[in-house]
Design a protein around this ligand. Structure first.
Ligand code: HEC
Length: 162
């Protein structure tokens, strides 16, 4: 029995599915689609989301609960789901993540290279969480990027270009 989202994170799949999706999901029991399966504690096997909204929700859940095998979650530093100013374990303040997806890719002078949002997440998972980043093309990475992009709705793209 897969765990399911609870409280504000609980969503129920829309009853209306496209024909294509029905075909694609033909083998999966309809009952299993009633609620969204939770990513396991360390995230190895999050199934791909069936909608953008679901990917954002799964990403929010991963952000708040997943340690990727490390010692803390994203929300330990980026508090309130990243929507407000956060803090490091020693109390140092860090910026909120509102609008952040529109600011990548960008040049990181310390690393001497252009960094994508996914590479920034790798960095935070390795350094901040002390965990193991999932593969770039994994469902977890897709969900995290989708969640951060939702936090960036309406932000202006490309401001990093002079
Ligand atoms: C130990 C604390 C810590 C944890 C845990 C952590 N981060 Fe970060 N994160 C930081 C710091 C520090 C920065 C750099 C902030 C700055 O620009 O000075 C940062 C930067 C970022 C940025 C770029 C922000 C910007 O404005 O440039 C993103 C996106 C991000 N983190 C996402 C995540 C995600 C997703 C997770 C979980 C997988 C995570 N972080 C976990 C500390 C943390």
């Amino acid at each position: 029995m897969p765990r399911t989202y609870s409280g504000e994170e609980e969503i129920v799949m829309k009853p209306v599915m496209s024909r294509l999706m029905k075909l694609a999901l033909g083998a999966i029991s309809v009952a299993a689609l009633g609620t969204i399966a939770l990513p396991p504690a360390h995230a190895a096997g999050v199934p791909p989301a069936h909608s953008l909204a679901q990917a954002a929700l799964q990403g929010q859940h991963i952000f708040n609960h997943d340690k990727f095998g490390g010692v803390r979650t994203c929300s330990a530093c980026h508090v309130n789901g990243g929507t407000t100013i956060g803090h490091l374990p020693n109390g140092t303040k860090i910026p909120s993540l509102m609008g952040v997806a529109a600011e990548f890719p960008r040049y990181n002078p310390a690393a001497h290279r252009v960094v994508t949002l996914g590479q920034q997440l790798d960095h935070c998972i390795t350094g901040g969480l002390q965990g193991k980043p999932p593969a770039a093309n994994s469902a977890q990475m897709t969900d995290l990027v989708t969640y951060l992009t939702k936090l960036s709705k309406g932000s202006i793209m490309g401001k990093q270009f002079k």
